[in-house]
Each structure stands twice: as C-alpha cells, then as structure tokens.
Design a binder for this molecule. Structure first.
Ligand code: SF4
Ligand code: SF4
Length: 452
C-alpha cells in the first residue's frame, strides 16, 4: 500500500473535516457567548452543511474528488490570508496648522448668549451661529425631554463626568526637586507594564510635536489661552469601552460607558503624571475637559492605531471602542516606532458601515479629502452634536457597529489578521460582516439591571 493509496486519503479527509468542523463550531460557541444569535445560527448551519458534504464525499467520492475536498479549505485559507496589500502612498501624515479648541462643539456648547465670548466668537464665525442655534433649541446632552432620557442612567453618567472634574486640580502639580535618574528605556518599560496593571489596553510613547497641540484652549478660565509646547514627550494609552454597553447605542448605557471610561482614563493619566513628578520631572495629564493635545493624533503617532472614517483612533485589537488618555512630560523616554497600517484606511474605504448607520448623516461616504495638508475623513461635528442634544446621549452608534469593535477573541482576531494582511480578505470581510451581524446592526436592549 503506497502513501497515496485510498486509506491515507480517507485519513486526511477525516482530519480536515474534523479541524474545520471544530473551528466552525467554536466560532458558533463564541457567537453565542457574544449574544450574536444570527452569527451563531449561520456558523451552526455552515458547520452542519460542511459535515454533511464531507461525509458524503468520504463515503461516495473517488480519490480525485477526495483530494480536491482536502485541499480546497487550505487553499482558501492561503488565498485569503496571503499577504497582499495596500501601502500608504502619500508622504506620512503631518498636518499643517493646528486645531483650535474653541471650534470644537464641547467648547461652543458652553458659549452663553449675551456674553462677550459668545459675541466675539459668532461675530467672527456667523455661519457657525446658524448651525449652533439648531442644537441650542434642543433639550441637550443628559437632559430631560430627550429621546433616551432615563433618570438613573443619566444621573450615573453625570456622576462619572462630575468625578472626572474633581481630577482637574491634579493634572499638574509640584515636582519633586530631587531628580531620580533612571535610564529612559527602563522608565518607558515600567510605565507600559504599570499601565497594564492600571487597566489600559495599550500604551505608546511618542515625541510631542507642535501639531499635536491645540492652537488655543476653548474652555472655562483657559478660554483664549494660546497653547505652548512645554514638554518633549507624550505617553498615550487606551482603555477599552464595554462592548455590551456600547451595543445599546444610542441608548443611555453608551453615555454611562463614556463617562466611566473618561473617568478611568483620567485617573490613570493623573497617576502617571504624579509618578513622573515624584521622580523629579514635569508632567501634565490630559483628561476630559482639560486637554491641550488632540488625543487621537498623539495616540496615532505613539503607534496605537490609525485614524479611520469616523475620525477616531482605530486600534488593532478593539478598533474605535476605546477612550484615550495622554500624559505629556519633559522626562526623557524611549519612543515607539509607528508602523503605518494602510489596511485600516483601505478597509474603511470599502466598509462605510458607520456612515450608513449614523442617525445624523455626520459621517462621510466619500474618499478621504485633503484637510490641513493631510488626507483624512472629517465628520460633520455640528450634525453629530445636534443629534446628541435630542438623543440625550453621546450616541456612539458608529463605534458600536464598526467591524473592528467586535470583542478581542479568537474569532475576531483571525478576522483582523486577515483584514490586516490581505486585500482579498478585506474585500470579503465587509459583505461577511454584513451577513453575520447585519448591514445596519440593531441597537441592543438596555441590560435588565439598569431598567427602572
Ligand atoms: S465602520 Fe467601517 S468605515 Fe467606519 S470606521 Fe469602522 S471600519 Fe471604518
Ligand atoms: S456618534 Fe452618532 S451621530 Fe455622531 S457620528 Fe457617530 S453615529 Fe453619527
């Protein structure tokens, strides 16, 4: 009996059948755990059909047919995971000019009619007044009479934001006059490992660049203050936002989750800043309501991800389902090398899921445009905020439905691997995500324990 005789072929067929059947079943089980009924059903049907076809071939097929069915799934895997891809074609992405925090909706919403600040701003930008008058007529974020008003959930979210405010006094502080000299590499490694213990999902370090900074501050007593670069390094980190809460977007749990993660990011940033000051160097934590830097840009340059269609940082493991914290310092640190990942941009070009579900049509369906010298997408922040003011929450539908936002488990790690590596897989992944999770995935129900 030779190696290629019938029994060996049968053995290979059995092994192949078992491997792929077990993988399909495990994908089904993962989907059940994720409460994705449709995906679980499709995996179950696929596993059943796969088993039935392979058993039929095993009992009735000739040797040629059996070889074809043994090799087919491996060949398919090779095709979809074989590295074939896009690269950034333009010069690296360094913006010309800076963002003025006074133009950001969180600053504009604080402008009060009849004040000098209000008059100055809108006399300079009368077109923005027309847009802002629209949201001012609506109830507002975390207000009564909004679509998703819920007294407990909104009070809990507010509690989170109020607690972050109490950290404002700690973002800066006294520096230990006695400098402790530790090599930059050791400090950087310590910060990263400690960051993990504090609850971060990823930590990166970059040189702080002028374009990372806002040109002017736009809030409270710092309004109109020009931002000066005082530090040379920035530590950026992400914290994961809970998938179950985000999947309820735009309902209340999403804004509760936002507040909770702004709080987590703020507390970690403040601790890191105190750590550095204790070692004798200046450090400032950039937290909700007190940013001098544009966090997604710093995080991108620290190697934590790319900026996608919805204008948010897309991290490799959790997509946009993260909040970012930043600490700037003059303590010498070892910076990370950013490896630009063009697969994210290529996938966003094909996907458009966030734009499809956005209730305010704030996300562009078009290709990236040249804005401030950089090719990127820009969301319509007025439309987005306007929607928040009638919903009462910070919406988050775009984050919830993004295919990169799926949980970081074996199933989605394989998908992300394929997306990163192969343009063929990226072409397949968009329709497959639509098939398994819906082209417009439904907003999930508020968890029972939160209901009145
Ligand atoms: S939903 Fe799709 S298009 Fe939008 S950011 Fe995510 S991957 Fe990109
Ligand atoms: S948060 Fe909501 S309204 Fe704003 S861009 Fe995302 S989906 Fe659109």
């Amino acid at each position: 009996m030779t190696f290629f005789s019938m029994p060996v072929v049968d053995l290979l067929l059995v092994i192949t059948t078992l491997i792929f059947w077990v993988v399909l079943i495990s994908f089904g089980i993962i989907s059940i755990k994720e409460k994705e009924k449709k995906a679980a059903g499709i995996f179950a049907i696929t596993a059943f059909l796969f088993l039935a076809i392979y058993l039929w071939i095993g009992f009735t097929g000739g040797i040629g047919m059996k070889w074809a069915f043994i090799l087919a799934p491996y060949f398919l895997l090779l095709v979809i995971f074989f590295p074939l891809g896009s690269k950034f074609t333009e010069e690296d992405i360094i913006p010309i000019g800076k963002i003025d925090e006074r133009d950001v909706m969180f600053s504009r919403r604080l402008l009060k009619e009849g004040t000098k600040r209000y008059e100055n701003y809108y006399s300079e930008f009368p077109d923005k007044k027309l847009k802002d008058d629209r949201f001012r007529k609506k109830p507002g974020l975390l207000s009564k009479n909004t679509t998703y008003y819920d007294p407990m959930i909104f009070a809990a979210a507010n509690a989170g934001f109020q607690t972050v405010e109490t950290l404002a006094t700690e973002i800066d502080g006294e520096v230990n006059p006695e400098k402790v000299n530790i090599p930059a590499e050791k400090l950087s490694l310590f910060l990263k490992n400690w960051g993990k213990q504090l609850g971060t999902s990823s930590v990166g370090i970059t040189k702080l660049e002028d374009y990372h900074l806002y040109s002017y501050r736009g809030r409270d007593h710092n309004y109109d203050k020009a931002v000066k670069q005082e530090h040379n390094f920035a530590i950026a980190f992400t914290v994961e936002m809970d998938k179950e809460n985000m999947d309820t977007a735009p309902k209340g749990p999403t804004v509760m989750e936002s507040a909770r993660k702004y709080m987590d990011a703020g507390s970690i940033a403040v601790q890191m800043a105190w750590f550095i000051r204790n070692l004798g160097f200046e450090a400032r934590a950039h937290i909700d309501g007190n940013y001098e830097v544009v966090c997604p840009l710093v995080a991108r340059d620290a190697g934590l991800g790319e900026i996608g269609r919805m204008g948010l940082l897309m991290t490799p493991d959790l997509g946009p389902r993260v909040r970012i914290g930043v600490v700037t310092t003059n303590m010498e640190l070892k910076t990370d090398v950013r490896i630009p990942d063009a697969s994210v941009i290529d996938f966003c070009e094909r996907c458009k899921k966030c734009a499809i579900v956005c209730p305010s049509q704030a996300i562009s369906f078009s290709k990236r445009e040249l804005i401030n010298g950089v090719k990127r997408w820009q969301i319509n922040q007025e439309s987005c905020y306007d929607y928040w003011c009638s919903a009462g929450t910070d919406c988050g539908r775009c984050v919830a439905v993004c295919p990169y936002s799926h949980p970081d488990n074996f199933l989605h790690q394989m998908v992300r691997f394929g997306i990163k590596n192969s343009v063929l897989f990226r072409m397949l992944a968009v329709p497959l995500d639509d098939l398994f999770y819906g082209k417009k995935p439904k907003s999930k129900a508020v968890p029972d324990w939160m209901k009145l």
